[in-house]
Design a protein around this ligand. Structure first.
Ligand code: GDP
Ligand code: MN
Length: 343
């Protein structure tokens, strides 16, 4: 017999067959996206790829989140393309909107500094809201409480490789907390004080630091010293979070929650432009055992302008294969540091 995959059984007649949606015992997990009505076409583009490369065998549910009501057209269209159940969740304004403790003058000065240095989205308040929400709030939503695992995806991204095992069960069976495909440097200006603020928290709460954290990856100053200097000790290396798979119970735990409170008190989501990618990465890197982080080298992925495509006959990509966009020779790629220091 060929080895059975997670979703296959041998039936009475000795024939191999794939379990149906109702038969298959899924992990407690959801595919998850924060998305706007006007991105309908682009989200369908990505759902189709997630379905055809993976979910058509497992039928995991989808959760669509937004700060505004979804239109009927949006709901009906995504439902048609999903092979699993679909849930829609609206973010209460008191969670989505800028919190009261943000000082408008300080915010204005921060935005100006970012804009003068060409930082994208600096003045777009909804972008700051989005980064803050994805950093510390999505897993607290009423509709997300019932789930443990999430796979975040975004409109207009591509999935190139067929994967025939249950990725969520892989995470569970191998005791993983967080999975990624691409690791990048960030613009240091967007996270200038994230590290000092975090170090202050850690000094007061040393018990939260995992002795086997990914410290070298977070603080390396050999590969890209300018960045580490500008970000005050943080290498700016992060897992690119537009694709990520994680255990939300990690974020719900004491270490990450208390740290999030400290970040909120500081206000750097608005005075700077702290992204959810560096925030997740610093949190995971400090408070979790690095052996619980998994690099999915078998998932071919693209979010403009970067991609990671395994050289495998399971993948069909429109351009050259490679773990990274070949044009980026002097690149934002930080994966080699992860491999060198933490694997
Ligand atoms: P980038 O990848 O950093 O350039 O940011 P994106 O524009 O792709 O935004 C990241 C994710 O958040 C995408 O899935 C967007 O659809 C979503 N998003 C960004 N801003 C908003 C917003 O104001 N409302 C909603 N509902 N989704 C948003
Ligand atoms: Mn994006």
């Amino acid at each position: 017999f060929a080895k059975l995959t997670y979703n296959e059984v041998i039936d009475d007649k000795g024939l191999k067959r794939v379990l149906t949606k109702d038969e298959y015992p899924r992990a407690n997990a959801t595919l998850l996206t924060l998305v706007r009505n006007q991105e309908l076409k682009d989200i369908v583009h990505t759902i189709r790829q997630i379905e055809s490369t993976w979910n058509h065998n497992f039928h995991y549910p989808y959760t669509f989140i937004s700060d505004e009501q979804f239109t009927e057209e949006f709901k009906q269209t995504v439902t048609r393309h999903a092979s699993g159940d679909v849930f829609f969740e609206i973010i209460p304004p008191e969670i989505w909107n800028k919190p009261k403790n943000i000082d408008p003058e300080k915010e204005k000065a921060g935005i100006k500094k970012l804009e003068d240095n060409g930082v994208q989205y600096a003045a777009l308040e909804s972008y700051h809201n989005m980064c803050r929400f994805n950093s510390g709030y999505f897993y607290r939503l009423e509709g997300l409480k019932k789930f443990k695992w999430y796979w975040r995806f975004e409109p207009k991204t591509d999935y190139y490789c067929s994967v025939n095992y249950d990725i969520f069960k892989f995470m569970e069976d191998n005791d993983k907390t967080y999975g990624f495909t691409i690791s990048l440097y960030d613009d240091p200006l967007t996270v200038e004080t994230l590290w000092p603020v975090t170090m202050e928290f850690v000094k007061k709460n040393p018990q939260y630091v995992n002795p086997n954290g990914a410290f070298k990856w977070l603080t390396d100053s050999i590969q890209n010293p300018e960045y580490t200097k500008k970000a005050n000790g943080y290498s700016t290396c992060h897992f690119w979070s537009n694709f990520e798979i994680g255990n939300m119970d990690f974020y719900r735990g004491e270490a990450y929650s208390k740290w999030m409170d400290a970040l909120e008190e500081n206000g750097g989501f608005y005075y700077e432009r702290w992204g959810d990618a560096p925030v997740h990465s610093v949190g995971v890197g400090l408070f979790e055992d690095k052996s619980k982080v998994h690099w999915f080298r078998d998932i071919g992925y693209h979010h403009s302008p970067y991609k990671s495509i395994p050289n495998s006959d399971k993948c069909s990509a429109p351009e050259d294969s490679g773990y990274f966009a070949p044009k980026d020779v002097y690149s934002q790629n930080c994966l080699s540091n992860w491999v060198k220091y933490e694997m």
